[in-house]
Write a protein that binds this ligand. Structure first.
Ligand code: WQD
Length: 350
């Protein structure tokens, strides 16, 4: 049985569907502060009759955690729950440290109390900061440039200390590059609560009713077309990566006594203009854009070296940028208002 904290979120929901489809029993702990109950209902419709058990609660609440671990025997924990908006973390660092760092520490302490020793951490390429060279391997310098990235690095450091203290643990830290796309059914996708800040939700919004043009942050970078390059990774490939990591922890001695970082990225990049062009092809719509100044904190290029994931997990991304755009567009067409299209709020599904 697997505990997935934050399993109703964008990446978490896609992973939970894959876990169920692969035959795992899953309990999801989510406070629904940055996810929708409707996503939980759809997860349980997508997994061929298999259903996750959803518990509404805060990962930082020790009573909630202890009740959960007292009533379930978990073989592993996948920890998605956390705050992830860079700009918001600059404005509200206290909240980011509380949720991302304290929440992780309490979860790990409760795991130790109940001898649960396999842990998959949802980390981020943000821990690399302004990478000196690309592609970026896991042994590159770690120098995050914002509070969000620093909370991820602090948790990674905590995990290294946990692994040193309890050598029977197996811990992998999956460093996502830029997750994009949606479930091929069009039933799950990225539906940020509040104002989106990531590129693709903003591209999609620019072709929506609002027709708000996309601002291209910086056209004077030292890149072929002057715009930033990122390593976009399909959320379904991310889900496959989590299944591969979990299977390796359950069937081998992978990461015994260490906290092992593993990049999940494509290994090649796309510029903002290339992303816009791919979305226009997939949607058949024109994306209105305006050139804008560089966004503080952005790096010119961030591209993964995914060779460790291939070597240790047998994982390789299988979906390209066109597939990301096609799947994302399908979700947007079927859910113009995201999950809010669905019926009114329901009780947390059991
Ligand atoms: C991508 C590119 C922008 C919006 C962030 C988080 C990271 C991870 C992924 C969680 C950049 C440009 C964007 C816009 C633009 N999240 N852009 N106009 O900053 O690479 O990474 O999301 O783990 O932690 O930092 O992604 O989508 O914000 O930006 O031109 O309106 O698109 O400048 O070059 P980023 P992003």
């Amino acid at each position: 049985m697997v505990l997935a904290t934050g399993g109703a979120g964008f990446v978490g929901s896609h992973v939970v569907v894959s876990l169920l489809t692969c035959g795992f029993d899953v309990v999801v702990l989510d406070d629904f502060s940055n996810s929708q109950v409707e996503a939980a209902r759809r997860i349980n419709k997508l997994a061929g009759g298999r259903r996750a058990k959803f518990v509404r609660g805060d990962v930082a609440d020790l009573r909630t955690l202890r009740d959960l671990f007292r009533t379930h025997r978990f073989d592993a924990v996948i920890h998605f729950a956390g705050l992830k908006a860079v700009g918001e973390s600059v404005a509200a660092p206290e909240r980011y440290y509380d949720v991302n760092v304290s929440g992780s520490a309490r979860l790990l302490a409760t795991m130790a109390e109940h001898d649960v020793s396999r842990f998959v951490f949802s980390s981020s390429a943000t821990v690399y900061g302004l990478a000196e060279k690309v592609p970026i391997a896991e042994d590159a310098p770690l120098d995050p440039t914002n509070p969000y990235g620093r909370t991820k690095l602090i948790v990674e450091t905590l995990l290294a200390d946990v692994a040193a203290a309890r050598t029977q643990t197996q811990i992998v830290m999956l460093r996502y590059f830029n997750p994009v796309g949606a479930h091929p059914s069009g039933m799950l996708g990225e539906d940020p609560i509040g104002e989106p800040t990531n590129l693709f939700p903003l591209i999609a919004r620019s072709v929506g009713l609002a027709g708000q043009p996309l601002r291209i942050f910086g056209t004077d970078y030292p890149t072929p077309d002057g715009t930033c390059i990122r390593d976009y990774i399909h959320v379904q490939d991310l889900a496959d990566g989590h299944i591969a990591a979990l299977s390796a922890l359950l069937s081998t001695d992978l990461a015994r006594g260490v906290a092992l970082p593993i990049n999940l990225g494509n290994g090649h990049g796309a510029s903002v203009r290339q992303a816009v062009a791919a979305f226009e092809v997939a949607s058949g719509r024109t994306v209105p854009t305006i050139d804008a100044p560089q966004r503080p904190g952005d790096v010119a290029a961030s591209i993964a070296d995914p060779s460790r994931a291939a070597a240790l997990l047998g994982w390789r991304p299988r979906r390209d940028l066109d597939a990301m755009c096609r799947d994302m567009w399908r979700f947007r067409v079927l859910n113009p208002q995201g999950y809010r299209d669905a019926a009114e709020e329901h009780e947390t599904p059991r």
